[in-house]
Ligand binder design. Structure first.
Ligand code: SAM
Length: 450
């Protein structure tokens, strides 16, 4: 590991789940008159859709959490929220000509398993009766090991879910107490074993490196559990420290956070141990065993990345339902109202809750394609005609220091991320981020790249 390179490239950088990144979306709200034609146009491509459903409630606040959530112990919130989701879904169904084919379905949070299994069944049966399910599809959900019961797992399996993503973060119970997360090793083991016994085909663990007071010994301990419990996939996230956006991250001292080369060392050690257990690195921060669909998608060059992270399938239209959910109609993005009460009010008044968005220009679309290729394939190429485009010329010029540092290899009309360059994927993508270079952020927007 080259500490100088880490010091040089440890700048604030986006994670590129979209391009343009959310802070650079055009400011003006997106009206229904603008948004729905974009949705219909993307749907016309092949009638396949991905559906993300945001279930924002959590019973307690994990202080490290960067997600959009609503903390409550009051389960009376479940039914009105489900009714609002179904109203929002109906607005999309009424706008779409023909039955959508549901390629991908993901329940995210918050904590989806906050909801009672029967509520989830009602929500999903109401949606699934209205769609075709293609032979190749991917239905998954995020499970908090503390609240995911065997009944949750059975109900969702019966509805067609075959992938479960368990929020582990770290196996050390003391470390979890420090970030106010209620979790035991026993709960993770139970959830994994129940999922396997029921028939789930892919178990993912979310792990985080860079948590307060986390050391190499924690990463080794986590790798030991991974080697024993063998999840099919691992998301090994870099802790995103954004206290100006998430006040709860002020609950611990910044002096306890591993940073720079020390933090990256945690990732590299984790990668070494995961690879020793048979996992392959997929894109940025993800690992999978060779039988897993994410691994196969990487091999077949069909790997895709959207607001839900890495996925084996790409659809031209991704609809996000629920508070704060983001939809992607390929040449337009739209985000829903973030506040759960306001979201429900808007939907109950019969309006789509999209409050901001972005219409992608031709330039945006070109750059988006290259950033996506870098994120999923570690390389990208372009034609002679495209090479004349000013935005591409500018991106290639910005790569010069990264090329000089051996992080990117160039051939005519083609670049490839080198092995050491994989540690700096966010920095490499940044060279293609014309919006960022046009107007660099005045305040803090993004977490550190390393
Ligand atoms: C939408 S969250 C929901 C997880 C679920 N509620 C749970 O607690 O098990 C999905 C994942 O985002 C990751 N995450 C949340 N906050 C993060 C942060 N500040 N930095 C990096 N990853 C984070 C965690 O790994 C988490 O499992």
């Amino acid at each position: 590991m080259n500490a100088d390179l880490f010091a040089k490239y440890d700048v604030a950088a986006p994670r590129y789940t979209s391009y343009p990144t959310v802070p650079y979306w055009a400011d003006a709200g997106l009206s229904q008159d603008e948004w729905l034609p974009k949705v219909k146009y993307a749907f016309a491509d092949d009638h396949h859709i991905s559906l993300y459903i945001h279930l924002p409630f959590c019973e307690s606040l994990c202080t490290y959490c960067g997600c959009n959530k609503h903390i409550t112990k009051n389960h009376a919130v479940e039914h009105p929220y489900i009714d609002a989701l179904l109203r929002e879904w109906k607005m999309y169904r009424d706008a779409l000509p023909g039955k959508p084919a549901l390629r991908e379905l993901h329940l995210g949070g918050g904590t989806p398993t906050f909801f009672q299994p029967e509520g989830l069944r009602y929500l999903l049966e109401s949606i699934l009766k209205d769609v075709e399910i293609p032979e190749h599809h991917d239905f998954g959900f995020e499970a908090h090991p503390w609240s995911a019961t065997e009944e949750h797992l059975r109900v969702l399996y019966d509805l067609g879910f075959r992938r479960i993503s368990i929020g582990v973060q770290d196996f050390d119970e003391d470390l979890m107490k420090l970030v106010n997360r209620r979790q035991t090793v026993e709960s993770v083991v139970r959830c994994t074993e129940q999922a396997r016994a029921i028939g789930y085909e892919s178990v993912n663990y979310d792990l985080i490196f860079g948590l307060p007071k986390q050391t190499l010994a924690h990463i080794r301990n986590n790798a030991g559990f991974v080697a024993r419990l063998k999840p099919d996939r691992i998301a090994f996230y870099s802790y995103a420290h954004v206290p100006w956006l998430k006040r709860s991250q002020c609950a611990y001292s910044e002096a306890d956070l591993p940073t720079g080369a020390d933090k990256r060392h945690l990732y590299e050690a984790g990668r070494f141990w995961f690879e020793s257990s048979g996992y392959a690195e997929i894109g940025m921060d993800h690992f999978a065993l060779p039988h897993d669909s994410l691994f196969k998608a990487m091999r077949n060059e069909t790997l895709h990345r959207n607001f839900m992270g890495y996925t084996p399938y790409k659809t031209q239209l991704q609809i996000g339902l629920g508070a704060s959910a983001i939809s992607d109609a390929w040449d337009a993005f739209g985000q829903n109202e973030k506040d759960t009460a306001k979201y429900q009010k808007i939907v109950n008044e019969g309006r789509l809750p999209v409050f901001r968005g972005h219409l992608l220009t031709k330039e945006d679309q070109l750059l988006r394609r290259h950033i996506l290729h870098l994120m999923t394939r570690f390389e990208t190429s372009w034609s002679y005609d495209e090479a004349q485009e000013h935005v591409l010329e500018a991106a290639v010029a910005r790569l010069e220091p990264l090329i000089a540092d051996g992080l990117v290899a160039v051939k005519p009309f083609h670049i490839k991320v080198t092995n050491p360059g994989r540690n700096f994927l966010r920095n490499i993508c940044m060279a293609f981020d014309a919006h960022y270079w046009k107007k660099q952020p005045e305040g803090k927007l993004f977490s550190q790249a390393v």
